[in-house]
Design a protein around this ligand. Sequence first.
Ligand code: SAH
Ligand code: DHB
Ligand code: MG
Length: 224
Amino acid sequence: MSQELWSGVDEYISALLLPSDAALDGALKASQEAGLPAINVAPNQAKFLALLAQIQGARRILEVGTLGGYSAIWLARALPADGRLITLEQDPKHAQVAQHNLEHAGVAGLVQIRVGRAIDSLAALVNEGALPFDFVFIDADKQSIPEYFQWSLKLTRPGSVIVVDNVVRRGAVLDDRSADVNVRGVRRFNELVAKTSSVSATALQTVGSKGHDGFALIRVLGQA
Ligand code: SAH
Ligand code: DHB
Ligand code: MG
């Protein structure tokens, strides 16, 4: 177990495959200066998400958990010119920083940040009859992941892809007696996915600059 080694390999990959980018670097800098926590996805994971969205041919993307808009910039750039990203954020300060960063990146026209509790915003999207999303990235508070997943099933279509971040938590997910609400949320989510017959799912653990964690990859098969 070597965080230094994991970070070194991430930096090596990013230096080779992710050209430095003023908007993305600026977004991280502005987020840090505004005091936001550095819990954005790592650059190489962000590009992985963007590639998945493009492979999927996603035209409508939903993100739960905006923070400073780092992953949102990547996902917005993965969209076609007439695509749309809706990203949900509870904290008005985070949303404000993200709005600025999205504008600076030139993608604000494709993105709507909805401020409020994600549960409420998801319910509102269903009520509005928002068209199905092709790709969903769930990355907000971990205790509510199961609920975000259930709402996502209502907002997607057969063939949609759902990615859920932070489902390994340094292996803490193995502890079935954990009192940590985040771990309990992730375990509840994993169990829910396992019994949801309308999806095909897997999860991968990752090591890198963000430590030991992982993400779930889900393909919607039919109506829940
Ligand atoms: N996806 C971002 C990181 C998101 S961090 C990136 O990779 O760049 C998680 C975000 O979820 C934080 O900004 C936090 O304020 C937000 N959040 C936490 N609980 C929430 C809730 N109940 N509803 C909406 N957003 C929430
Ligand atoms: C936390 C949240 C995340 O989405 C993440 O990728 C890492 C950490 C957190 O809340 O600690
Ligand atoms: Mg995350």
